[in-house]
Write a protein that binds this ligand. Structure first.
Ligand SMILES: [Mn+2]
Length: 195
């Protein structure tokens, strides 16, 4: 069977991003965005989803991290959409409840082709370090470009880093399940016959 892979190169005046995704190979994970925290989260996502994932990104982080985080989400979403293809034979749905020490998050998703984001993650504002508010921007950009119905809910948590990890890992596991092949490889998993 043909491998489901895609490469997206996206350049604007603000950022420059190259993303490669291979749903059928987990052998390559390479992450470099110049934002240490984003690298950490994307690596967790990639390893826990079990997909092949490469990203090289840089941009106007002298302003702040907003453009680069959002544009990375856009490029990853575009690459995912291309790898999904006609979604023939896949499970389509995935969900996962993931503990990270005291933090616990739940992600449920549908590779429906329709975008929806429900994001209920209560991360406290902190003055220094990564702006955790951007995580929502990232998932909005990713899900809207990939056509994913995505529900992300933090059940509990205290430490911001742990909460963020639980969200990215849960997303990885949920996506890793949705892209798996079902028993009937010729079946598009919709009563409409198309996704
Ligand atoms: Mn960590």
């Amino acid at each position: 069977m043909k491998q489901r892979k895609a490469k997206i190169v996206r350049k604007t005046k603000e950022t420059s991003i190259s993303v490669e995704i291979n749903l059928d190979s987990s052998s390559v994970v390479s992450v470099s965005t110049t934002i240490g925290f984003l690298d950490h989260m994307l690596e967790l996502f990639a390893v826990h989803s079990g997909i092949g994932f490469k990203i090289k990104a840089f941009g106007d982080t002298n302003i702040d991290d907003h453009h680069l985080v959002e544009d990375s989400g856009i490029a990853i979403g575009q690459a995912l959409k291309e790898t999904f293809g006609d979604k023939r034979g896949i499970l389509r749905y995935g969900h996962f409840l993931l503990p990270m020490d005291e933090a616990l998050s739940y992600v449920a998703l549908d590779l429906s082709g329709r975008f929806y984001l429900s994001y209920e993650v209560n991360i406290k504002f902190q003055k220094t370090g990564f702006n955790y508010d951007l995580i929502q921007e990232f998932f909005y950009a990713l899900a809207s470009n990939a056509g994913i119905t995505l529900h992300i809910k933090m059940i509990k948590g205290r430490n911001n880093h742990h909460i963020a990890e639980s969200v990215f890992k849960a997303f990885g596991h949920a996506l890793g399940r949705a892209i798996l092949y079902s028993k009937n490889k010729n079946f598009v998993p919709s009563t409409k016959g198309i996704l």
